[in-house]
Write a protein that binds this ligand. Sequence first.
Ligand code: GLC
Length: 671
Amino acid sequence: MKFDIKKLSIEEKVTLLTGKEWWRLDSLDGKLPELEMHDGPHGCRRVIYTMENGKIVSRERFSSTAMPSLAVVANTWNTELARLDGETIADEFVEYGKDVLLGPGVNIKRTPLCGRNFEYFSEDPYLSGTMGRAFIEGAESRGVSACVKHYCANNREYDRDYQSSEVDERTLREIYLTPFELALEGKPGCLMTSYNPINGIYASENEYLMNILRNEFGFGGVVMSDWYGVRESGRAHRAGLDVEMPFRTDAYGQVMRAYEAGELSIETIDAEVTRLVELMEKARESRRNGSVKRTHEQRHEIAREIAEEGIVLLKNEDGILPLKSGKIHVSGSGAKSPAIGGGGSSTIQTDYEIRHLGDEIKDILGDAVTILTEKSIFRTNGKVVAGNRVPYTAYDADTVVLSFGTDATIEFEDADRTSLRLPKSMEDIIVETADVNENVVIVLYSGSAIDVSPWIDRVKALLYIGYGGEGIQEATARVLCGKVSPSGKLAETFPMCLEDTPTGSYRGNGFVDRYTEGVFVGYRYYDSYKKNVRFPFGFGLSYAEFEYSDMTVKKHSETDYTVSFTVTNKSDITAKEVAELYVKDVFSAVSRPEKELKGFAKIELAPGESKRVELKLAERAFAYYSVFQKKWYVENGAFEILVGSSSRDIRLKARVDISLPASEQVTFVVH
Ligand code: GLC
């Protein structure tokens, strides 16, 4: 039975527009159903704050399943796993009686310095939005409301509460709004505005962006603020914010003053109250009908499966991987305790005991290997010392596996990195170990791109595992030992160095961060400006070899095509491959990127097996946002359809000529 909000007084309605304590909505003393929300995109983060008079007086933290970070989910390029990730986290929300899952974050990785990149999917809007939509569909399938965040252009943590993201309209549309537009197709119950202003107006008070959300993207759910992300509550609700989180003592007065001054209409208030009541009633239904579907062990297995498919093999010289036999030295900070997540509101406390990587390898390879670990004594320049320099047993090991990376003290919410390098001590150990042993394999965990230049040429293999959640150690061992072929691909470019990135070390002037690079973000920048990169967007090696052939492009209309091609596994092992589809506007009246991702598919192939892949291209795959026409626009002319194993490994090409009626064209461009 739907609650009739006419029964509510104006005082009750205004009360509802601000959260109750930290995680809840105000149920008006039981008149309305309870609703509780929690972070986050990496698991059911149960941190319980007790508040009194708007102040936190205590905090309790409980354990949950630590799922892989969204950056790792993106590196799987597997929408089924993204959906399974959202559904698995939601299953834990059902078990603990929580109603709203504060995630996924779909913010674009504009700079690898951003402290929260581990929490986001990609530098590409299509991949970000597609993975975000799948995650949302998974969560919503369990009756748990997802909350897509942070709307929008929140691409740094530095000065996030004040510094305005200054973005031109076309860039805003093509790069920073598209991930939300695509993710919203997954119909999340909620969306969260970001802390930062956009073009001088705070996201939580930004009528322009709220109108796009409601009137163009058709979002009918609840818009909540980020925590303490509202500057003035009357202005925020006038712009269309539904609820300010968390409870703030001044909020009620500011809203009531705006209402009494005629600055905030009862129609606006009623619309916001209606959406909140609908969300609360949805929560009540879900609590009544919801049932837990998975055990903690099953959730752990899913965490491992996702982590495994998110592992990216970046280098594998002389086929040193997979490991097979002999004396294998395993050490490094990650051998014992790899970072399974970054710092901040997405941090999950897990009870799962992460084992030593050497033990996991031994479990798989058994008597074929002798594992030497860092427990052994160390020797430097002939002197036997205990310490953290070259591991002694690295000297005569057949293969040395060093696991290093950043962690939650380096990549965390509310701050950005200032360097892309690993800690110097780690770089030194890698280089000095390579001095004494030529067979070094690096296992790298980090939330975002790392500048590997000091040591990459000294090692034979590099396996990038990201912040892979509680199942990462088993996943890493399984890939290292060839139980499964690596199938992850980079959703974020690894540049040669920080100076080569579009924004370099610049981070705004404290008031404004001007997005001067425009649409040229990530590979759109590196490819368009022909810049070398260390590892390109969409890149990842396999233990198998794949062949691409027989591409056909079927034209259904001027802007509607079906692209088909065959992928063949030329090796003697079963493996998965991600095939990527890019579109290039050959001649354009506006500056457009060298290529843009517009489709992808992940397929499993048995040895020698071939599969036909079919991908659709519709109008938006060819369009750019025309500012003067205020719409997405396809100009006539030639377009290249590119199919590849990465953005810089194009295997098949085709060309289509779009010829829409002249009456629909606004500019005549030499085709
Ligand atoms: C944080 C984050 C947001 C999170 C919220 C609640 O500041 O920006 O992602 O969901 O507050 O913890």
